[in-house]
Design a protein around this ligand. Sequence first.
Ligand code: ZN
Length: 524
Amino acid sequence: MTSSYLQQASQHSLIMVAMSTDRPNEALRWLKERLATISDVNTARNALNWDRQTYMPEGGVAGRAEQLATLSRLVHEMLVSREAAELMAALENPEPGSKDFAFVRLARREYERSAKLPNRLVEELARATALAQPAWEQARARSDWASFEPHLGKILLLQRESAECLGYEDHPYDALLDFYEPGAKKARLQEMFDELKAKLVPLIREISALSDGKCSRPLYGSFDEKKQEEFVRKVVSDFGYDWKRGRLDRVVHPFCISLGGPGDVRITTRFDSDHLSPGLFGTFHEAGHAMYEQGIDPAYSRSPLSGGTSMGVHESQSRLWENLVGRSRMFWSFYYPSLRETFPEALGDADLETFYRAINEVKPSEIRVEADELTYNLHILLRFELEISLIEEDLAVAELPAAWNAKMEEYLGVTPEDETNGVLQDVHWAAGLFGYFPTYTIGNVLAAQLFEEALKAHPEIPEEMGHGEFGTLRGWLWENIHRHGSRYDPDELIEMATGRPLETASYLRYLKNKFGELYGLSSE
Ligand code: ZN
């Protein structure tokens, strides 16, 4: 507390000196310093978070919650302080297209967004979600919706209030989306989901009628966790993940986190000794996120230009490596022999084709995180539609479990056996993340669009994947996506990289080709 007060006081007087000069660039220089300080506090918060989820002993829980809350409050205070307001007012617009122009645009957006949310609301949301998450854990363990319902009701009220404070043109959901996907609109997402639903629902029905649901058997058996780890470490090294600027640790819920610019980007994963998929595809996924962060121009560090530009663009990178590379035949034509040698007992009977079919089995199921590429987006569509109904007050929180089950039946032909496997399966709503789910589907759609474009520029990419070489693909992604950090908003970046806005055509083409061939469907 003391150091923060002194820091603010001394900065304030320095800023006043700066303001009294006639050099408007001084305001920009001061703002950069201030935001660098805020970025350092955020990085410290990330380090504490990483530790909390990896190595912290159980006794640290309460103390760590206080430390994290304090750092969050400090960041918000620094962002909306009078000094920051004065700096913003004194700023002149830099030359359009310049790095400084992007810096000022992002700084203003961050400031304006923070300033619109009253401190009271920020605190209430922090408290409500801090209480809701352990309540959700217990409710999920006991399949006890009723005990979680009042928490979600409270969070929903605060989300609606946040949307009103932030403001929107067409729909309150747009205000919430903007946190995760700047520029995204509910109306445009609705169109995207309608296109996906129209094509995917009949395709999944056709495949389900043909499938015996037993293809994935080779993935279940006995798989030594140490050997799994050695294998995925080799693969993500080949992808191009840089170990001098990263590390891999084990956790319950895997994530990727940057501890200050591209110089320290860590991944986490989990291994299941009875099931091969989580360790393999989870690690490929996180490495995709991490290579994005490692590729960002180091000059953007400690500024709003650092980090990925949106959750959807971030997810496009993880999905690209997990699915378009990691679930492809070319990839496994190179890696499967060594995987089979690693696990001769479990995989001895499965040849390459059997394994390829196992990792790409289409099987409608109740759990999102276990869903295949084809059914995954219907899980997201369901959550997107329910979130909108909740925000519009079309649906009461009490009616949510029934609405969930009805949509599961309609889209996937599955009825969850209980609330644990239904409405209570994800942490997102307990964490206050309304508007986050659609970014998963944006990521899937964008991954296919980017991959198609990379292949147009470099038709040799699949051939290289068949030799365990990924430099050309990673180079294309670095050139077109990674190095830019947050400098461009998603729409602009996608247009620059692919020559067109985000659209479902490439993705639907990819799914139809891949699964049509796998299940022997006739192509019209
Ligand atoms: Zn991800």
